[in-house]
Each structure stands twice: as C-alpha cells, then as structure tokens.
Design a protein around this ligand. Sequence first.
Ligand SMILES: [Fe+2]
Ligand SMILES: [Fe+2]
Length: 405
Amino acid sequence: MATEMALVKPISKFSTSSPIFSNSRYGKFTTIRMSSTSQSTTKAAAKGGKKAAKTAIKETLLTPRFYTTDFDEMEALFNTEINKNLNQSEFEALLQEFKTDYNQTHFVRNKEFKEAADKIDGPLRQIFVEFLERSCTAEFSGFLLYKELGRRLKKTNPVVAEIFSLMSRDEARHAGFLNKGLSDFNLALDLGFLTKARKYTFFKPKFIFYATYLSEKIGYWRYITIYRHLKENPEYQCYPIFKYFENWCQDENRHGDFFSALLKAQPQFLNDWKAKLWSRFFCLSVYVTMYLNDCQRTAFYEGIGLDTKEFDMHVIIETNRTTARIFPAVLDVENPEFKRRLDKMVEINEQLLAVGETSDIPLVKNLKRIPLIAALASELLATYLMPPIESGSVDFAEFEPQLVY
Ligand SMILES: [Fe+2]
Ligand SMILES: [Fe+2]
C-alpha cells in the first residue's frame, strides 16, 4: 500500500532519488547514470567524483517515478466523435496561450551560477546537488510523459496533442536548466540513460489526470513560495536558480490549468462517489509523499532559511485550496489533526529509516519493519478517513442529458 502512495512526480519538483555516479566521464564531469539513495556516492561526486562508483540501486517507497499510461484509452477520451464534452474552443484558447511561449527567453544563464556554486561547500553542497538532480529528474519525467501524449494524440485530437507537445517543450527546458545547474557542480545527469534504464509506473488515464494535476499545482506553490521567501530574505539567496522561479512557476500553473480543462472534459472522473474517493486518495498520497520526503531533507530548506514543516504546510494548504476548485472532494488539511498525523508519520518513517541503517541481517530488519509499516498504514488510513471537504465548482448540469418535452 505504501508503495502505491509514492505516486508523485510532483512532489516532485524537488524530489526524485539520489544518483549513482558512474565512472564514465566527459571532461571533468561526472555523469550521473541511475538512481539510488546512497549519500556517500553523492558526496563523492559532489567533491568532483574522484571515487565515484556504482552502488546498488535502492529505490525507496518515496522514490518518484516515470509514468506511462493506456494510450489507446487516452485516444478514446480525446476523440471528439466519442466525447461530446470536449470543449474545443477552450482547448484552442489554451493552445494559443502555450504558443505565445512567455518563457522563451527566460532561461538564460549567467556567470553568477558557477560563482555561487563554487561558494557552496560543506554539507549544503551535497544537498544542493541532490536538489538539482531530483528536480531535474522530476521535470524530465513530465517531459517524457507529455511528449508521448503529444505524439499519440496527434491524429485523434491535434489541438490537445499540440498542447501536450508544447508542455513537453516547457518541461525539457526546465530539466535542461537544472541539468546546466548540475554542471556548476561538475556533474551532469545522463537523461538518455535515465529514459531507458528507469522503471515506468503504469497509471490508467484517470489516475494520470489526478496525479499530474496535483503535481503541477503543488510544483507551482513550491516554486512561488520559495521565490517569495527569498525575495523577502535575500541573504539566503545562495544560488541564482531561485530567481528564475517566478516565471518558471507560471509554466507549472498553466500546465495545471490545462489538466483542469482536461478533467472538466471528462466529467465521469469528477462527478461520482468513486471520483471523490480517488480525489482524496491522490491528495493524501501527494501531500504525504512530499512531507516525508522534505522532512528527510530539512538541511536544504534550512539552508535557504525556511522551516521545512511550515513551508510544506503552507504549500499543502494552498495546493488543497486550488485543488478544491476542480476535485469533487479534498482533505481537510487545515484541521490540526491532519498535521498531527503527518508529524506522526514522519516519526514512524524515521524509525523505518533507522532500521535500514542498522547492521542487522535482512530477516531481522524486516521483522522490525512490520509493526512500523502497520503503524504507518494505520496513520494513513486514519488521515484518509478524516471527514473530507466536499468541493468542486464544475457545473455538471450542462453535461447531463437533457430531457426534451
Ligand atoms: Fe516543469
Ligand atoms: Fe509542469
């Protein structure tokens, strides 16, 4: 069950797994090939990769994924002959917006980057590398999914297909910019290798819609919150990438709005009791994954002057309010019980991580994990079952068959 909870690319904006650094290099660069959670390899490569070596891949429950879906079903959903709810004029307006390409000239680097990177040392340097690499992988995951959707929907719905292609353009730009950031630390993510080597998680289209909508909106709130915080507290502005977040997050916001339009065009994903249960499930999985991930990396948030839990709660509350405009039900995240339960999950997760660090044999470790996993599952269930907030503002009446007298 917990594996199922780790659905989020979003959490994504700053979260994927830590890398394995291969021995292969070009120039003074170390190429990052795969994912693991070995901090030692990150450290080694952050120092210049002198002793970088492959270690076993260790995907954790919270490792974000690459996604794939049922493209035939997607085609049927966007076939205007089959689905009469598709509001083509709305999609055409969105397409014009994407074609405008507001950020075409936004992602231009300058010499501040390398200079700033050279000044970051100690534990913060390692955590910065991890941040860039996670963010890059997360953006790249969006690129791959949107690119494939753009390709597969071309014949059935060229307008929607083109929007997907333009969103993949945005994500490629974001991933590329982050990868350039890694070059400031003498590293580079091998994205071609990542494309082939990583496992892809299959989601049915409706789950792709819920997860990706949340992913984009939570990404927006993360970026804008960091941007605003650093604008007010420039003494923590230790690396210039954050200055780009204001326009950058508008891309994510537009992507989210597109998914909102997609969901409205599929009222069956929003208007029944199952939709409510799934909406709550996806909110829970996205929020919990982010909270647990970030609480393992407080050094990063503290390094830029943020309180990790406060930051996360702000992002969760704002994302939830935004999401309530389209999802038929959301969690009551502003109820203090919600945060209490999240904090409990952090404690249990820390105990789980501690078990992994011990020198016990695998069998003993697994035995020790059983009660902890049960406790985590019961916290998750209790949080899921908290009285939800009925939400959504889509007027479904227009989608319902009209009685003709
Ligand atoms: Fe992005
Ligand atoms: Fe995006």
